[in-house]
Design a protein around this ligand. Structure first.
Ligand code: FAJ
Length: 681
């Protein structure tokens, strides 16, 4: 709440201009501290007004009226700040009540390819900026990778389902505008072992700590020791983790060897000591015999044997003293021997563990790896060790929530007032410095082809679809999009480098809840490392009895070639193993996703693969200027205008792989297009 909260919610620094603001307001940028303060005050006040009431358009007039003096004294500056915030998607975005009409004279024509969240965001924005927008979508629905299964009272998200953090997240503003039923996720997640028995909490905690330590070690290897290449090959996160695990194993073996040496040294000391004790005992026996014989031969004292008597008594006495000394030495040696035995016992009892991880512990660790493979939508050995978590600093804070009424309510709401052509599969994107021509096949009307002409196009095709477009596998795939001319090499290389992963879900709708209704999650530890991602996590987020099983990592691709019956059967045996045969009823409805085989997606979301980095997201976001025209009548300015723009989760470096990132990429491109094509009011 308050102005600071509103600025934070808008992902801007409260008391500083951003580089983009400095570029757009060069006069303020070099005007000194007072000018900065005035700018920041106007900007922050406007953000506050919008975040407080995002259901109604914040017009320039109402903003000016509500600004306290002296910040209202320069209406021209207020107008510029208002226009800047509107254009770059900081205010007046989403679905809100308009107070001023959209310009009726259209200011340029745009084709948006794809009606996922990014396509809808860019379409909404450009439409309200006064451009003529058509959105072409191949599916018979909007939303793309936001897809909700609805049947009777059952609701389940087959694609995105989590809103990750509320502060700074544009979804928070959208949730105030449309009926999103956001429910915080309970993070506790009991684990069940491969035998179906609960994993004890203490064991679970120990392995989770070890998992975090392994990740820290991997980060240390990469960022402190700069161990990012093995020879000329970049290292993957998976390689680094397995390498550290092997090192730990080796370290345990070395500790065990050192321990054995310690035992041998202690035993050697004991043997030596026992030898000494034996010698002492022998000496005692000899002295005792000597003494006995001396005593036996003892002569009584008389006047004529004074000297020999004294010598005899002296010998007896010294032998006695030697014997006493030996007996004392024996006693001391026995105490010392006892101490040595105790020491050996202690060493033997406090030896290091036999192995770094027992096979059962390793499987629990594999469960955590599967969870990481789910978040990244790929196997750990595909992730770049150096860059896999490059977006971590931009994670939103606040609780993670699910959309109880189904995430598809968002894209559906964003269709308001936009011309969307469903069942229109784009086949060809031709771009020249005069504009674009988009050839689309109508999948409903006997596959007829339509050509749409416009000034520019925004391509929100998924990275998976773009990968098909830039490789030579055209004949194998139904959805191949041709770029004419082909995309520039730098764009093609980035498309090839960045990874596009996979994640699948199995929806099971029952007639009753048989799991703990208070937990949103429970985990199932697989029986092998290779199958660790198979139904490793079950979600229960709906108010109706629906379970959602996740299939991640290597298993995500494997399940796509298996029939639904087999997959459901596997889910059921996991559940019966945990809850007992008789407690688990047959599901009433089931759905199995296959995102990799889905021709309009070709996977789930992007990841930073080995050999790639965050800057590939920037290259994917960069617009394309058509190659220079040979037409002598063409003006230089027109030639330099980009005609192809790109949005989507794979184009946003700081927030990739997410719904909010895809949405923000749409806002970003709308701002960029307006800057190129509309100039500033
Ligand atoms: O919860 O924000 C999630 N939360 C989230 N994003 C997810 C999440 C995952 C996640 C959470 C936190 C951090 C990172 C990820 C976890 C998971 O549960 N969840 C998720 C689960 C699955 C199974 C999937 C598939 C995705 C997620 N995501 C990712 C987001 O869904 C996506 O990042 C976002 O929705 C992407 O939006 P976009 O606008 O960039 O892309 P699309 O695919 O929605 O739109 C492209 C459109 O082009 C489609 O409608 C497609 O039909 C169309 N098209 C394709 N070819 C065409 C065409 N149209 C015309 N002609 C053609 N030739």
């Amino acid at each position: 709440s308050g102005q600071e909260g509103a600025v934070f919610q808008s992902r801007l620094p409260f008391s500083k201009m951003t580089p983009n603001e400095e570029a757009c307001f060069p006069d303020i940028s070099c005007s000194g501290i007072l000018g900065h303060r005035v700018f920041l005050n106007i900007r922050n006040s406007l953000l506050h007004m919008w975040v407080d009431n995002p259901k109604t358009q914040l017009t320039f007039d109402s903003a000016l009226k509500r600004l306290p003096p002296p910040f209202d004294s320069d209406p021209n500056l207020v107008r510029r700040v208002h226009s800047f915030l509107e254009r770059h998607g900081f205010i007046n975005f989403g679905i809100f009540k308009r107070l001023s009409p959209i310009p009726s004279k259209k200011l340029g024509k745009v084709i948006v390819i794809g009606a996922g969240i990014s396509g809808l965001a860019v379409g909404q924005q450009l439409q309200q900026f006064g451009m003529d927008v058509i959105v072409l979508e191949a599916r018979d629905r909007v939303g793309g990778r936001i897809a909700t299964f609805r049947k009777n009272s059952y609701i389940a998200d087959l694609g995105a389902m989590v809103v990750t953090g509320v502060y700074g997240n544009p979804m928070t503003i959208l949730s105030k505008q449309i009926g999103m039923d956001l429910v915080p996720i309970q993070q506790t997640c009991p684990l069940y072992g491969p035998d179906g028995k609960p994993v004890p909490k203490e064991k679970d905690d120990v392995i989770e700590r070890e998992f975090n330590r392994l990740l820290e070690s991997a980060s240390y290897l990469s960022h402190r020791l700069d161990f990012n290449y093995a020879g000329n090959n970049p290292v993957s996160l998976g390689d680094a983790l397995e390498w550290i695990i092997n090192m730990q194993d080796k370290a345990v073996q070395e500790k065990r060897a050192a321990h054995m040496h310690e035992i041998i040294a202690a035993q050697t000391k004991i043997i030596e000591h026992r030898k000494r004790l034996k010698a002492t005992l022998q000496k005692i026996a000899t002295l005792k015999a000597e003494l006995q014989s001396l005593v036996r031969q003892r002569q009584p004292r008389s006047a004529h044997n004074e000297n020999s008597y004294a010598s005899q008594e002296y010998t007896i006495r010294t032998t006695q003293i030697k014997l006493e000394d030996m007996i004392n030495a024996e006693a001391e040696q026995r105490i010392e021997g006892h101490k040595m035995d105790l020491k050996l016992q202690e060493i033997e009892q406090n030896g290091p563990s036999q192995v770094y991880l027992s096979s059962r512990d390793r499987l629990i660790l594999d469960w955590h790896f599967a969870n990481l493979e789910f978040a990244n939508a790929t196997r750990l050995d595909n992730l770049s060790l150096k860059h896999w978590d490059q977006d971590d600093d931009f994670e939103f804070i606040g609780h993670h929530t699910t959309v109880r009424n189904g995430y598809s309510c968002v894209p559906v709401a964003l269709t308001e007032n936009i011309d969307i052509r469903l069942n229109s599969a784009v086949k060809e994107i031709k771009y020249t410095n005069k504009g674009v021509e988009i050839v689309a096949e109508n999948l409903k009307t006997s596959n007829s082809l339509m050509t749409y002409k416009a000034d520019l196009a925004v391509c929100t095709l998924t990275l998976g679809v773009l990968k098909v477009a830039v490789t030579q596998e055209e004949s194998q795939h139904a959805n191949t999009v041709k770029f004419d001319p082909p995309l520039p090499d730098w764009k093609q290389q980035a498309i090839r480098r960045l990874g596009f992963g996979n994640l699948n879900k199995v929806v099971l709708c029952f007639d009753r809840i048989f799991w703990d209704p208070n937990a949103n999650l429970f985990g199932h530890v697989g029986s092998t490392t290779a199958s660790r991602g198979e139904m490793f996590l079950f979600w229960s987020i709906s108010s109706s009895p629906v379970l959602l099983a996740l299939v991640a990592g290597m298993a995500a691709n494997i399940v796509e070639s298996v029939t639904d019956d087999i997959i459901i059967g596997r889910c059921m045996s996991v559940l019966k193993n945990i809850f007992g045969n008789t407690s688990v009823p047959q599901p009433k409805e089931t759905v199995v996703t296959r995102w990799r085989s889905d021709q309009w997606a070709r996977g789930s979301y992007s990841y930073v693969s080995v050999g790639s980095s965050g800057s590939d997201y920037d290259l994917l976001a960069a617009p394309v200027i058509p190659p220079t025209s040979c037409d002598p009548h063409f003006s230089k300015d027109a030639e330099e205008l980009p005609r192809l723009f790109f949005a989507g989760e794979h184009t946003i470096r700081n927030y990739p792989a997410t719904v909010h990132g895809a949405y923000l990429s749409g806002l970003r491109e709308a701002g960029r297009i307006a800057d190129y094509y509309l100039g500033y009011p």
